[in-house]
Design a protein around this ligand. Structure first.
Ligand SMILES: Nc1nc2c(ncn2[C@@H]2O[C@H](COP(=O)(O)OP(=O)(O)OP(=O)(O)O)[C@@H](O)[C@H]2O)c(=O)[nH]1
Ligand SMILES: [Mg+2]
Length: 403
């Protein structure tokens, strides 16, 4: 009994598993698994070991090869690990087979992200969206849930459920899915009324990868107190604030961060939250320039934005966290091609400014570097949108009827 209490109090330990597919190198996979470890950490799990395997494509039955699975099994048994996390979404079949073999709790990237979203959801809207995504994920994987239930109750091993129980579970989940969908339609209606009530004020949305500093910047620009922390997905609900720069008011919204391989179930559920993005006049794309894979993060964000809204929006790129930027200068006689790690900040600035001209700025929200310049840029851009919208009115005398 005493032993049980001690192990409960410790953080849950987990093993991470990822594939090295053609076109990826060891470094890429390391970065991907770093992100998975950060996700695990956000969920309160300590990733103690990583397994990778070079494969052209995942094994359809067990994701990794059977030899690798045995290796993982030996480690898990030897070190009394109770959780294995895979870096890709596992098919129901893969999940079943792996669980049968390893006999511990298995999560994949999707279920881990869903778990984090569930623990972070605050409002009825976010809760309903996450719950819907979770049920959709569960539906094809019901057998597995049932065996879990059996185990929790101390049932024997991996016994599958009887047909009737499975059917009942399926029906319950389908009912819940349709109830949640109705609930979300109602919330969406309310939200769209709220958005209409905001009138014609220019709307700016902060977008970007998760943990880049969107909420921190929102707080700086709007003097609000949106929750920000060094964990993934701190923000799940969109916050909208009225911001006034000089005499020009506009609406600024903080949105949910994106991540690579964001589960399609979630993208679908969060489409309504992202209406904010869709209806924005200007997007401010925040990038964490201190992150080793920031360029890939930019691509993920741009791709996700295209999925949400097929129209290309005016965008400013804000490279944040310049204070945390580091690089390793190359030795003079080192002739291997330079990578992101060897390039200094000035050169990166030049490259991006060459690509984006006036549409980018380098700041530190933490140290408040260049924030005034950012404000000037925002002022100019919002003013331009305003003048285009109200060509016959002087924007300074425009009256706003909303808060
Ligand atoms: N070093 C440094 N850290 C920063 C800077 N701006 C924000 N951070 C930190 O980065 C972490 C994430 O900041 P958030 O504002 O929560 O990021 P976010 O983009 O809103 O993240 P999600 O809501 O999780 O998508 C926090 O620990 C911030 O303190 C910066 O300019 N420099
Ligand atoms: Mg945030």
């Amino acid at each position: 009994m005493k032993e049980f209490i001690i192990s409960e109090a410790q953080t849950e330990k987990a093993v991470l598993v990822g594939l090295v597919t053609p076109g990826q190198n060891e470094q890429k996979v390391k970065e991907y698994l770093d992100e998975l470890a950060f996700l695990a950490d956000t969920a309160g799990v300590d990733a103690v070991k990583r397994f990778t395997q070079k494969m052209d494509y995942p094994n359809s039955a067990t994701f990794v090869g059977t030899g690798k699975l045995q290796e993982i099994k030996e480690y898990v048994v030897e070190n009394e690990i109770g959780l294995v996390i895979f870096d890709d979404e596992l098919s129901p079949k893969q999940l079943r087979n792996i669980e049968k073999e390893l006999q511990v709790k298995i999560l994949d990237r999707t279920s881990l992200i869903l778990d984090i979203f569930a623990s972070r959801a605050q409002t009825a809207h976010a809760k309903a969206q996450v719950e819907l995504a979770q049920y959709k994920y569960m539906l094809p994987r019901l057998t597995r849930l049932w065996t879990h239930l059996e185990r929790q109750r101390g049932g024997v091993g991996m016994r599958g459920p009887g047909e009737t129980q499975l059917e009942t579970d399926r029906r319950i989940i389908l009912d819940k899915i349709s109830r949640l969908k109705k609930e979300l339609v109602d919330i969406d209606k309310q939200k769209s009324v709220q958005r209409k009530n905001r009138g014609k004020m220019v709307r700016v949305a902060l977008v970007g990868y998760t943990n880049v500093g969107k909420s921190t910047l929102m707080n700086l620009l709007s003097k609000s107190e949106v929750f920000a922390e060094n964990k993934l997905f701190a923000t799940l609900d969109t916050t909208v604030r009225k911001v006034i720069i000089e005499n020009l008011p506009f609406l600024l919204s903080d949105t949910v961060g994106f991540i690579r391989k964001l589960p399609t179930e979630l993208v679908e559920s969060f489409k309504s939250t992202l209406d904010e993005v869709r209806e924005a006049d200007l997007l401010v794309h925040i990038v964490d320039i201190s992150h080793p894979t920031f360029e890939e993060q930019i691509e993920v964000v741009n791709r996700t934005l295209m999925e949400i809204d097929k129209v290309e929006k005016p965008m400013i790129m804000v490279f944040n966290k310049v204070d945390a930027f580091t690089f390793v200068p190359k030795e003079e006689d080192d002739l291997t091609p330079r990578t992101r790690e060897n390039i200094d900040l000035d050169e990166l600035k030049c490259t991006w400014m060459g690509k984006l001209q006036d549409n980018c700025i380098f700041i530190s929200a933490k140290e408040r570097t260049n924030i005034e310049v950012l404000k000037d840029i925002l002022y100019e851009r919002v003013k331009q949108i305003h003048i285009n919208r109200f060509p016959y009115n002087d924007f300074l005398f425009q009256q706003y009827d909303e808060e």
